[in-house]
Design a protein around this ligand. Sequence first.
Ligand SMILES: O=C(O)CCC(=O)C(=O)O
Length: 294
Amino acid sequence: MRRGTPQIGAMQAISAEEREQFYRDGYLRFGRVLSDEQVARLRSALERTIREELERDDFSDLPPEFAFGHRRKGSSNQAPRAIHQFVNMWKVVPEFQELLHNQAIVCAVGALMDGAPVRLWHDQVISKPPGDNAKFAFHHDYYFWPLDRPLMISCWLALDDATPENGCMHVIPGSHRDPRYQPAGCDLTDDLHLSPAPLGPGAAASLYDEARTWDADRAKPVPLKAGECMFHHCLNYHMTPRNVTDRQRRAHVMIFMPDGTRYNQAQAPNHPCTSTLGLSDGDVLEDPNFPLCG
Ligand SMILES: O=C(O)CCC(=O)C(=O)O
């Protein structure tokens, strides 16, 4: 199992080769960060959460963003979904909140961010239940986030074995640096991760719409065993194909940002994690909604 080394310092948590690979390819298959017992505990916490939510009539004590991306009791929209989301699990389920202190994950992200203090932008469980899922088309994540700089790093943590057949992550290596994939004005220098330049609000890249029609064979699959994780850069293009098996495909995704990241509404005006917070452009995202991790 990968171990963080906070007492030695975040820079030790990832090798120079891994760091180089992450910034060259825009993703990194990192390895095992949870034991089988920890995975089983998270799965049963998720099952409990889903069960409890389906029995509820009053949702007023849940954060508003938690409703986004899945169906509740009595929901009129029964259309199939590409993915089912449970946003900000950390606010609702203690077993998932513990992951914000997983040293292997947080120290590796801190090292990838050159030792910056690391905050959570949000987390979510994403699942593709058998028979109720579809292809989740190619995209990069930054396009959907109202944040001032493209410096976010996601940790995609498998809660089930993830394979091409049940919809594992598929990435286009290097797309985070390729101008054809990125909005005009995006700074793609070698120091991308240090670049302070904001992107044009919501501007789609030349390949953005076309890429949404592509199939998984245009990309590299990243199969993972339950308890293993990968990291991906917020400008990296990725997709997940339909789960055509009778197996679950659940993942927990934590999205980290360097401390000091600011709100930029025009980039994504209606994001469920910020739309009720009354933020103004330039506000720094901080506690309690965006906690420091470690
Ligand atoms: O898990 C999935 O199916 C999609 C994940 C994804 O797009 C992401 O983590 O950015």
